[in-house]
Design a protein around this ligand. Structure first.
Ligand code: GLU
Length: 390
């Protein structure tokens, strides 16, 4: 079969592949514990599920406006007013099928063949492939463990080319959990706008930042430079709603119109019922977020202190999201000589699923998602340590 050139150059998502492999092994009865996929283990809070049930009962099951129902677009505005004190009009918001779809659409809307895009590495697995699907070229800017996994304007400038059009930021970061300080973040934004780059700020983990670190959003930059900045977020991680697929973009209203045209030709609106659920999440009580975040902080401390106690692993303390990204190169040996082989060995011998760092652009590392119960976390880290030390 003749598959398009475009698709032939695309890799499967490593996070989803490891998840699929885990589910397959479990269905064969193998006792796999997974620290692989980044998804909260909590059920979606009851008041959110009830809103979805009410939507079905009311027959709210037809097409909606392509960019989302007005109350949900307004709720995104309220969210930014509430958390960042910045007002965002409905025309500047589009609801998409998860943060992933929001990102994909932005790249389709903004990039042309021949453009290049700066991606700080380690990066979330899907950025480079989304850039490639838009015909553009990803330019990785690597910041390893010794740089606390953070890039600087000087590092970005060293990689920038005349054809560079875009920069993708992600703080808190998946996979590293690194959170840029306000000074670090704003210096990068300043450099980017001065150099006429479009910045996509993926802020899907904005509710998951652990004090004393604090969240810096690109939203104030969007307010000042609306034609050069888009902020992407969603309800998946903050409200334990990964399967509902509701993400959103804040961008210039003209860009939002174009994104709606694209979405209207590809997917139409996000599931009407999921939109009602997301509305209940954004407009309802945030007690559920606080409760889940307390658990994530406790697990961060468990995971980070355990990994630090391993003699040959290195990791800066992750200040956000729910990942520890550890440099484990000193454990490499024949048969487990890189991150992929190490993860295969851990899956086969420790029965623990992890995502190899190579998928995120750093082959010295492996990613642990601690969005699992404390017991599973402790048990799986012990199993990993046993294999590493063997
Ligand atoms: N973003 C999550 C992760 O990195 C979910 C899987 C995905 O869509 O990549 O594990």
């Amino acid at each position: 079969m003749e598959i398009s050139e475009r698709l032939r150059s695309i890799k499967p998502s490593a996070t989803l592949s490891v998840n699929a492999k885990t589910l397959e092994l479990r269905s064969q009865g193998v006792d796999i514990v997974s620290l692989a996929v980044g998804e909260p283990d909590f059920p979606t809070p009851a008041h959110i599920c009830e809103a979805a049930q009410a939507a079905i009962a009311e027959g709210f099951t037809r097409y909606t406006a392509v960019p989302g129902i007005a109350p949900l677009r307004q709720a995104v505005g309220h969210y930014y007013e509430r958390h960042y004190g910045i007002s965002v009009p409905q025309e500047a918001v589009i609801i998409s099928n998860g943060g992933k779809h929001a990102l994909y659409n932005l790249m389709q809307a903004l990039l042309n063949p021949g453009d290049s895009v700066l991606i700080p590495a380690p990066y979330w697995v899907s950025y480079p492939d989304m850039v490639a699907l838009a015909g553009a070229k990803p330019l990785m800017v690597h910041a390893g463990v010794e740089k606390n996994f953070k890039v600087t304007p000087a590092m970005l400038e060293a990689k920038r080319q005349p054809c560079t059009r875009m920069l993708i930021l992600n703080s808190p970061s998946n996979p590293t959990g690194a959170v840029y300080t306000p000074d670090e973040f704003n210096a990068i934004m300043q450099w980017a706008v001065e150099n006429n780059l479009f910045v996509i700020s993926d802020e899907i983990y904005d509710q998951l930042v652990f004090a004393p670190a604090c969240m810096t959003s690109a939203l104030s930059w969007w307010q000042r430079y609306p034609e050069q900045v888009a902020v992407v977020n969603g309800v998946a991680k903050s409200f334990a709603m990964t399967g509902w697929r509701v993400g959103y973009t804040v961008a210039h209203p003209e860009l939002v119109k174009k994104l709606s045209v694209l979405q209207g030709q590809c997917t139409s609106n996000v599931c009407s019922i999921a939109q009602k659920a997301a509305l209940a999440a954004l407009e309802g009580s945030y007690d559920c977020v606080t409760t889940m975040n307390k658990a994530f902080l406790r697990r961060r401390d468990i995971a980070y202190s355990t990994v630090c106690s391993w003699k040959k692993a290195r990791s800066p303390r992750p200040d956000g999201a729910f990942y520890v990204f550890a440099d484990v190169r000193e454990y490499f040996r024949p048969g487990m000589a890189n991150s992929a082989e190490l993860c295969t060995r851990l899956l086969e011998e420790a029965h623990v699923a992890l995502v190899p760092g190579v998928a995120f652009g750093d082959d010295n590392c492996i990613r642990f998602s601690y969005a699992v119960s404390d017991t599973v976390l402790v048990e799986s880290l012990n199993r990993v340590a046993a294999v590493l030390d063997r």
